[in-house]
Design a protein around this ligand. Structure first.
Ligand SMILES: NC(=O)c1ccc[n+]([C@@H]2O[C@H](COP(=O)([O-])OP(=O)(O)OC[C@H]3O[C@@H](n4cnc5c(N)ncnc54)[C@H](OP(=O)(O)O)[C@@H]3O)[C@@H](O)[C@H]2O)c1
Length: 324
């Protein structure tokens, strides 16, 4: 069958803006929901009608002064988030990446939407100076952050250009350290730097012009779930441990930050067609490999439909609460 690309405009349900999505001639159909081992302490997030009408997500998206910060925004899911946020919200997107001068697709999006909507900023999450400079720049230019999407992450590559470990013998100190630095320490330090700009509430009152809670989104993975890790198979020590630690950080932050009207959530996007997943797509059914635009729309529907009771939880692309 000859596949060809076409652009269609879809009308998302309930409150989200229409999103331009690329499909092959065979439309992608979301598979049925996953079944996980173990039970979650959290309830599912209902995204059956798109996003929750009148909820914090809808109010945040309608605010032209709202600021959405995305790390690893030059490719893959991060790039998808930038476009999806620009299309579903009226706010400003701060798209952070290691090498803005080489980020051609991101720069093209920035030009398309204009400097008032998109700022491209250098950010290497493992470099303290870079995190500090990005934080200072966001503070001086915007003075507020309404959503931080800690998207930058690694699975393979890095020191020794290794893939994720296949067994204990494959564990490598440098590779493990690098996974920890990119997948946990970087996101946590960025959250620490930006949290003061995310204060949305004092008691029951919203601060400033903000009329919605803010949110820290940490990109996690199903393999980070310890309860779901019941079968021998892929090993991936470094990735699993780093994302499990990120889940712990997500939950621990939620207790403190809820007092300032900031919620936190860890997300499992599903196997998504990006550079990161390409080496692991062999043998996976086509319908289980999500296009980036599907993933980002689903993830943002989950974030935009959450409330305080979901803060600190780990959720998948269907709004299902995963056990930790
Ligand atoms: N794709 C999936 O199936 C899948 C499944 C579960 C979870 N996830 C998670 O989703 C997130 C995005 O994944 P993806 O599939 O889009 O991966 P990707 O295509 O490999 O993109 C990774 C992004 O992270 C950036 N990055 C890496 N190290 C960085 C650093 N030190 N500082 C700043 N940025 C850095 C990369 O920038 P450069 O271009 O400069 O390298 C790139 O923009 C990750 O956290 C990943 O763990 C993905």
């Amino acid at each position: 069958m000859v596949l060809f690309q076409m652009i269609i405009r879809s009308r998302p349900l309930n409150g989200a803006r229409s999103v331009t999505r690329k499909f092959s001639s065979v439309p992608f159909v979301a598979p049925p929901v996953n079944i996980y081992n173990g039970t979650s302490d959290y309830t599912n997030i209902d995204i059956s009608s798109g996003i929750t009408a009148g909820g914090a997500g809808q109010r945040r998206n309608a605010d032209p002064d709202a600021v959405f910060v995305v790390s690893g925004a030059n490719r893959g899911i991060g790039l998808g988030y930038v476009r999806a946020l620009l299309e579903r919200s009226d706010g400003k997107v701060v798209a952070c990446c290691r090498h803005p001068e080489k980020a051609d697709t991101l720069n093209a999006i920035a030009e398309e939407f204009g400097a008032d909507r998109v700022s491209v900023l250098p950010l290497d999450v493992v470099d303290k100076g870079s995190v500090d400079r990005a934080t200072a720049e966001i503070k001086s230019k915007f003075g507020r952050v309404d959503a931080l999407i800690n998207n930058a992450g690694v699975l393979g590559g890095g020191p020794g250009n290794m893939g994720p470990e296949k067994n204990l013998a494959g564990l490598n100190r440098d590779f493990l350290t690098w996974n920890m630095e990119v997948n946990v320490i970087g996101p946590m330090m960025l959250a620490q730097g930006l949290a003061p700009l995310m204060a949305a509430k004092k008691g029951r009152k919203y601060l400033d012009s903000r009329q919605a809670e803010t949110v820290i989104v940490n990109m996690s993975a199903r393999v980070a779930s310890i309860s779901d890790n019941v079968r021998a198979g892929i090993c991936w020590h470094s990735y699993r441990m780093s994302k499990a630690a990120l889940n712990a950080g997500t939950r621990t932050m939620s207790h403190e930050l809820r007092r300032q009207g900031t919620w936190t959530i860890a997300l499992y996007p599903g196997l998504t067609d990006t550079d990161l997943s390409v080496p692991f797509q062999k043998g996976v059914k086509k319908e289980m490999i999500f296009p980036v635009n599907f993933t980002c729309e689903r993830m943002l529907n989950v974030v935009d439909s959450m409330d305080l009771t979901h803060s600190g939880g780990l959720y998948d692309w269907a709004g299902q609460a995963l056990p930790f």
